[in-house]
Design a protein around this ligand. Structure first.
Ligand code: SAH
Length: 357
């Protein structure tokens, strides 16, 4: 039997083309987008402004099924982590982060596994299995939105994997998430986080999108960054910073720099001074993230005093900086803790709870 076409793999213009291929008028694409992403219905039968013949055709040839949720865990701070099983049984995780007020954020995965090998990250403990399809990226968001019954206002592509290593699927997913008849999330509220794939940063700059680019820096000198992030050997800091300045200049958007604070490794005064110096004159914002513990990784989180000192040094040098609030640590849902393994559910501390769905 021929596989069904997944509608979640189609951006708006591809959806119009698909309608034509199926012998349907192109304007039906907008109705489909509205039903799937705005009304968030789950079956073709509920699309009550479409003719029966079209519904029968779509049912026969296409699908838009939700992702299969294997488990969902809820942190005491309200953060929820979802473990999804894909059709080929690969496992990925996504995180839902509600905030006070109307802001709600999701952190999505872009690959199953990761090839980047950062020494402090849980995802890096497993090899890259494959890129996620556009449908699988969009579907994490759609499935979570349906599950939590809240509209998501912010998206960070900061889960498992390296988004810029899956460039075309990620950008197509972004266009669907941003489309006004799609999920309608403002470009500025979508963040793509990279370990520093320089060529792709230039390519992204050419798209002239208002996306937020986050770059995981984690060290301000090549010697140190080489030891933490193998990508630095290919794209050293001077090349990376040049690309970031180019991105900021061509999009007018400030670049967000992530800096995971590891005790005795990168939390020194010297690194703070070096960081201020490489960021000088760049439209930027630094996010300091205390290292989250990962089993089998010996590194320790930096002390609060060291983080405060680091922040003060940057501030003295007029570099905008904030300390990222820790969320979902008790369910291994915080930055760098996503591993996409079922076994994680067994290692929960007693103050969190999870439920099978
Ligand atoms: N590959 C992309 C996105 C995934 S990592 C990237 O490198 O940006 C998302 C963020 O989590 C990065 O900023 C990374 O530096 C951070 N991170 C990884 N491991 C971490 C850990 N153990 N504790 C805190 N943050 C971590």
């Amino acid at each position: 039997m021929k596989e069904k076409i997944n509608l979640l793999d189609k951006d708006f213009s591809q959806m119009r083309n698909l309608m034509k291929q199926l012998g349907l008028p192109a304007f039906r694409a907008q109705q489909l987008f509205n039903w799937i992403y705005s009304s968030k219905i789950s079956s073709f039968a509920s699309m009550d402004n479409l003719p029966q013949s079209m519904i029968a055709l779509l049912e026969e040839k296409t699908c838009f099924d939700p992702l299969k949720i294997i488990s969902a865990q809820r942190s005491k701070d309200g953060t929820r982590k979802f473990l999804f099983e894909l059709e080929d049984k690969k496992l990925i995780e996504s995180v839902y982060l509600p905030y006070k007020g109307v802001r709600t954020s999701v952190c999505l995965s872009t690959q199953a596994g990761c090839a980047m090998g950062c020494s402090f990250c849980a995802t890096a403990k497993q090899p890259l299995k494959r890129n996620l399809s556009c449908a699988e990226i969009v579907n994490q968001l759609l499935t979570i939105e349906k599950k939590v019954s809240r509209r998501i206002s912010n998206i960070v592509l900061m889960g498992m994997g390296e988004p810029l290593a899956n460039y075309s699927n990620v950008l197509k997913a972004v266009s669907i998430m941003n489309h006004k008849d799609g999920l309608d999330v403002a470009m500025r509220r979508i963040t793509v986080s990279t370990c520093g794939l320089v060529k792709k940063i230039y390519k992204l700059a050419e798209e002239k999108l208002q996306l937020t680019l986050a770059v995981s820096l984690n060290a301000a000198t090549d010697d140190l960054r080489d030891t933490l992030m193998p990508v630095n050997k290919k794209y050293p800091l001077n090349e990376l910073m040049k690309a970031c300045r180019h991105y900021a200049a061509s999009t007018g958007r400030r670049v967000s720099f992530e800096y995971v604070m590891i005790k005795g490794v990168n939390d020194s005064r010297d690194q703070a001074i070096a960081l201020a110096s490489i960021l000088k004159g760049t439209l930027s914002h630094v996010n300091l993230i205390r290292l989250n513990p990962v089993p089998s990784i010996k590194m320790q989180p930096a002390a609060t005093g060291a983080i405060d000192m680091f922040k003060a040094i940057l501030e003295m040098r007029t570099i905008p900086v904030s300390i990222r609030q820790e969320r979902g640590k008790d369910i291994d849902a915080a930055c760098g803790q996503l591993s996409g393994r079922k076994t994680l559910n067994l290692k929960r501390p007693p103050d969190s709870h999870s439920h099978k769905i």
